[in-house]
Design a protein around this ligand. Structure first.
Ligand code: PLP
Length: 432
């Protein structure tokens, strides 16, 4: 399979180059040149397949002969040792819990797979790679954990000072080894901008081999298709159309879902569920895309004012807004509505959710109300409630213990480097 840039101003490349480069040389994002439909027998077999087996079959068309199949199977088996339970709250409402990996959020799937793919491809090239990541909270820890101790790879994390929770910060500032965290005096969008500037800087890219760990990198996005298959395969009701509600910020997860649908997965509807940083729902309503600075909310991992995967999403729909509107319904939730949803979900189903997942549940329930046709919903459970204990306690009065993977790093000293919000500072650091 070849990959091309969303800007269409550079050559098509193989998966290996797309993964090692991260961002395309013309500043665009890599997308597959085409997405084939998987054979019908795959969809019948998928109900009885194990998660890593499904992953191999979904991944194969994109890998082609670049990685021998047994090696690919080994990589995916090693990366995907994470349970993916589908929890039924009511006959029409299911939560696909994607938060049972080492950092208790869905990004573990993409990050762990990307780390292994990158290490495989980099190993073939030789030399040291620098993985640059901008994070609004969860990406940093997932990517750092995914790469921790991987030889030949140095990870540099950019995060906005004072804008991530203490527990999140400790997860990626206490690891040491090949992981360095830079605390940027700015917002997440500044971190993302600095990262893009680094890739656009000829001197920098000549002197060090840079790639990105953000969902800009296609190696993080492809694995996010896997669990959509797993979720649909686990539904008992095979007749009612499926709507998947995706709590969204940078829109990597939703883009992966749309790609899964292109592969033939029967999803009737996607729901783009956001907090008040709702540039995509607004685009779906008004037809104009107006990025703006992000606002802090309770669902902080979705505080993105200029979602990087928007370019991929419009590319997948060939810039056809009405086609996108048929498949994606946008929904915005305020913090008050989010807290209300967390409370109501707990009261009705005895289920605790983090604020991100709650935004997804709320969006699905709104969707059901405004459609007359029957629908069953899979809401992507993007983070463990224990990651957002304060919000859970505020909404429900329930105090949950801090999960062990979060508790352990809290006792360790934070090791981060303060960075002014300028590209020069970042460049000096990377070259130094
Ligand atoms: C990253 C993240 C999101 C947003 O995912 P995108 O792919 O950026 O849209 C939602 N919820 C949680 C908990 C996250 O960590």
């Amino acid at each position: 399979m070849k990959f091309r840039s969303t800007n269409r101003k550079c050559d098509e490349v193989r998966l290996c180059d797309a993964v090692l480069q991260g961002l395309a040389p013309d500043g665009g994002l890599y997308v597959p040149v085409s997405i084939p439909t998987l054979p019908p027998h795959f969809f019948t077999r998928m109900r009885s397949m194990k998660f890593p087996e499904t992953a191999v079959e979904v991944m194969l068309p994109f890998v082609g002969n670049e990685i021998p199949e047994p090696e690919l199977a080994r990589i995916l088996l090693d990366a995907l040792t994470i349970p993916v339970p589908l929890v039924t709250l009511s006959p029409r409402l299911h939560v696909l819990e994607l938060f049972h990996g080492p950092t208790l959020a869905f990004k573990d799937f993409g990050a762990r797979t990307m780390a292994r793919l990158l290490s495989y491809f980099a190993g073939k090239r030789g030399g040291e790679f620098t993985v640059l990541v901008a994070t609004s909270g969860d990406t940093g820890s997932a990517v750092a954990q995914g790469f921790l101790g991987v030889p030949g790879v140095r990870v540099t994390i950019l995060y906005p000072a004072g804008r991530v929770s203490a527990a999140q910060e400790k997860q990626f500032t206490t690891l040491g080894k090949n992981i360095t965290a830079l605390e940027v005096a700015g917002a997440f969008d500044d971190c993302q901008r600095l990262l893009k500037q680094a890739f656009a800087d000829a001197e920098l890219t000549e002197r060090i081999r840079l790639t990105t760990g953000n969902s800009i990198n296609i190696a993080r996005l492809l694995p996010q298709m896997f669990y959509y298959f797993s979720g649909v395969a686990k539904l008992k009701d095979r007749g009612t159309p499926v709507a998947v509600s995706v709590p969204s910020g940078n829109f990597g997860n939703l883009t992966a879902g749309v790609m899964a649908k292109h592969l033939g997965l029967p999803v009737a509807q996607f729901i783009a569920a956001t907090n008040v940083n709702d540039v995509v729902p607004e685009y779906l309503r008004s037809g104009s895309f107006r990025p703006r600075p992000s606002q802090p909310t309770l669902s902080s991992a979705m505080d993105v004012g200029n979602p990087s995967n928007f370019a991929r999403l419009t590319d997948l729909y060939q810039n056809d807004l009405s086609a996108m509107r048929r498949e994606i319904w946008g929904c915005t939730a305020t913090d008050d509505e989010t807290l209300q949803a967390m409370k109501s979900v707990h009261e009705r189903f005895g289920y605790l959710t983090d604020p991100h997942t709650a935004v997804g549940i709320l969006a699905f329930e709104r969707f059901l109300k405004q459609r007359n046709a029957p629908s069953q919903g899979i809401v992507l459970g993007t983070a463990h409630p224990g990651k957002f204990r304060d919000a859970v306690a505020r909404a429900t009065g329930v105090s949950i213990p801090l999960p062990e993977p979060l508790a352990a790093p809290l006792a360790l000293p934070k090791q981060s480097i303060a960075l002014p919000n300028t590209f020069e500072a970042l460049k000096q650091f990377l070259l130094g």
